[in-house]
Design a binder for this molecule. Structure first.
Ligand code: G6P
Length: 607
């Protein structure tokens, strides 16, 4: 995945491109580059590493022009070096690419045989040479691009400029998103509306296979059959304001602390605290006739789905299947008539989840997407959109998106259960009451920040860390381990506490901290036994529980974190917070790049 931007306008374009790339850094940050048509010639500036390096480069070696493209990279093919950084060019054509050209090796062989020289290890460079080869054969830039697109397999969003042409930019997409922005005598291309938000609110999204011929006056859009098509221009509500860290040292910490507020915002849209009911948007299916719910997601969003499975099975009484998107989409599974498929994604753009959504749609499932970005591809392709009100999440490790996903999913389970009559009004009222208290209880959890920062010193020394939980505590254990891996680079594993005896118990000794997520719920005694098994083998337990749990077992653990006493239904939402903070402080002690950890990106738009 990568982020791309293109501008054809009136003003000096380099600072606008750099500003746009800042908004795209969540898509990758291992190198960045811009290309400008300056005096009709292609001028490129590219730098390895973070965007600041490119910014410094264009300050010391400026380039002038009013038409340009930019790219921020997450390496797929070829190391993150300056040579492999986009834009790629052969001197005649220059372009930026998000996606993967799957048949690049065959194309490269063909083009090399025709005498084209390749300078990079990327898949992208073949697109440059293909376009150029068609131009050499006498085709116009537009026809050369149209012919090139027909030869490409895989996923791409492209923005292309041509030497000698400062009046033309071409964009194309298949698989990866691309938006066209409409300004006043200026036109834009961008991976998303956020990139273009400071430039224009008027956006149209290209559809699969579309390409756009963009000039300062407007855009002509063609579909994959080269037919001229209209794509609706929408007014985006995305704010152009750059999000700051405020007084926090990192976005991640700021976002952890925002959780009580954004959980409240999320609840406000869906839960009525006065009559203690949930109001779901109009359902595109009959809730009393759901045959199965299939949940699909990636990463942290997948763990939110795992928690939801427990809730939905219990409250809605429907079989629930869950899988990670990259596996689900290739399982070749038959989905049942009357099935509902739920896709969970902060960005709404994750390539595997989007592909899984399309597969489920083809199989006749009603599609619900739970996204934080309401204009995202997944939202646009769904029958029902549920929205988290987390606001922009900048830290690559997801925090507030996760807990707001859980908040909405809890409401979904209550809402569907109530509409199906599988739970009583009293149960609905009780669960809603528990949910309305979550933002306040989340504030109570944040009070433990300092203590967690102390405990992080022990974690930072460890080579391996285990997280254990049962029931809805199990996905929280998985999420805790994922957070620690992502940002501190310490190996960590989450395990179902009852499964520990089938393998991970062999790892236990005094050097492996074991974090036990154990609210006093119906499974508490079972988790407690597993914790005893750890302690009996010399393991050092950090025990996260409530007052009752700590009274029972706290003195056996090496350390305890006492979390608020709540209805076990909402416990996973609250227990997510201390595992986030523990990972955060551990990463700070280790001195890693908390907000932009190595090798990761926030939105993964490649398979
Ligand atoms: C990346 C991010 C994770 C995120 C996952 C799924 O791996 O680093 O934080 O959970 O993608 O992203 P999505 O936008 O679909 O929730």
């Amino acid at each position: 995945m990568c982020g791309i931007i293109g501008i054809i306008g009136k003003a000096e374009v380099t600072p606008l491109l750099i500003d746009g790339l800042r908004r795209l850094e969540y898509r990758g940050y291992d190198s960045a580059g811009v290309a400008i048509i300056s005096d009709k010639k292609i001028a490129r500036r590219r730098a390895e590493g973070k965007l600041n390096n490119l910014q410094k480069l264009v300050e010391t070696d400026p380039v002038s022009g009013t038409i340009g493209i930019g790219h921020t990279r997450w390496a797929t093919h070829g190391a993150p070096t300056e040579a492999n950084a986009h834009p790629h060019s052969d001197g005649k054509v220059v372009l930026v690419h998000n996606g993967i050209i799957e048949n690049y090796q065959d194309l490269r062989k063909e083009l090399a045989a025709e005498g084209h020289n390749f300078e990079t290890e990327t898949d992208t460079e073949v697109v440059v040479h293909l376009v150029s080869s068609f131009i050499d054969k006498g085709l116009s830039p537009r026809d050369a691009v149209a012919q090139t697109l027909k030869k490409l397999h895989g996923a791409f969003a492209l923005a292309i400029l041509f030497s000698g042409h400062d009046e033309l930019m071409i964009g194309a997409r298949r698989g990866s998103p691309l938006a066209v922005g409409y300004g006043d005598g200026e036109m834009y291309l961008g991976s998303d509306a956020l990139t273009l938000a400071p430039l224009t609110q008027r956006i149209s999204y290209l559809e699969e296979g579309d390409y756009a011929i963009v000039t300062r006056e407007g855009a002509e859009i063609y579909d994959s059959d080269d037919q001229s098509v209209e794509r609706e221009i929408k007014l985006t509500a995305t704010s152009g304001a750059m999000i700051g860290k405020g007084n926090y040292p990192h976005f991640m910490l700021k976002e952890i602390y925002e959780q009580p507020a954004v959980m409240g915002d999320t609840l406000q849209a869906i839960l009525n605290p006065w009559n203690r009911t949930v109001t779901l948007p109009d359902l595109p299916f009959d809730p009393t006739h759901i045959s199965r719910i299939t949940i699909v997601a990636c990463g942290t969003s997948f763990y939110a789905g795992m928690v939801a499975r427990y809730w939905l099975e219990k409250l809605v009484r429907v079989p629930v299947d869950i899988d990670i998107a990259s596996e689900f989409r290739y399982r070749d599974v038959d989905l049942p008539a009357g099935g509902v498929a739920l896709f969970i994604s902060q960005s709404g753009e994750t390539a595997d989840t989007l592909a899984a959504l399309r597969f489920a749609k083809q199989q006749g499932q009603k599609i619900i997407s739970l996204v934080n970005v309401p204009e995202s591809s997944m939202a646009r392709e769904s029958d029902l959109i549920l929205q988290t009100k987390a606001g922009p999440e900048i830290g690559v490790a997801s925090t507030k998106a996760f807990t707001t996903q859980l908040t909405v999913l809890a409401c979904l389970a209550i809402g569907l259960g109530s509409q199906r009559g599988s739970i009583t009004k009293e149960t609905v009222a009780g669960l809603c009451q528990a949910l309305t208290e979550v933002p306040t209880r989340a504030n109570d959890v944040l009070v433990h920040d300092e203590r967690l920062a102390e405990l992080a010193h022990e974690i930072a020394e460890a080579r391996d860390v285990l997280y254990l939980g049962r029931g809805t505590g199990y996905p929280i254990a998985l999420e805790g381990a994922l957070k620690l891996k992502e940002i501190s680079y310490i190996h960590a594993e989450g395990y179902a506490a009852g499964e520990m005896k089938h393998g991970p118990i062999a790892l236990i000794d005094e050097t492996v901290p074991v974090i036990v997520v154990a609210p006093s719920d119906e499974l508490f005694e079972k988790t407690a036994s597993n914790m005893q098994e750890v302690i009996a083998r010399g393991g050092r337990v950090i025990f996260m529980s409530d007052k009752a749990g700590i009274e029972k077992l706290g003195n056996m653990a090496a350390a305890t974190i006492e979390l608020p006493t709540v209805d076990p239904f909402v416990a996973p939402i609250l227990y997510a917070i201390p595992v986030q903070l523990l990972a955060y402080h551990t990463a700070c002690i280790k001195g890693t790049d908390v907000d932009q950890p190595r090798n990761l990106a926030k939105s993964v738009t490649v398979e």
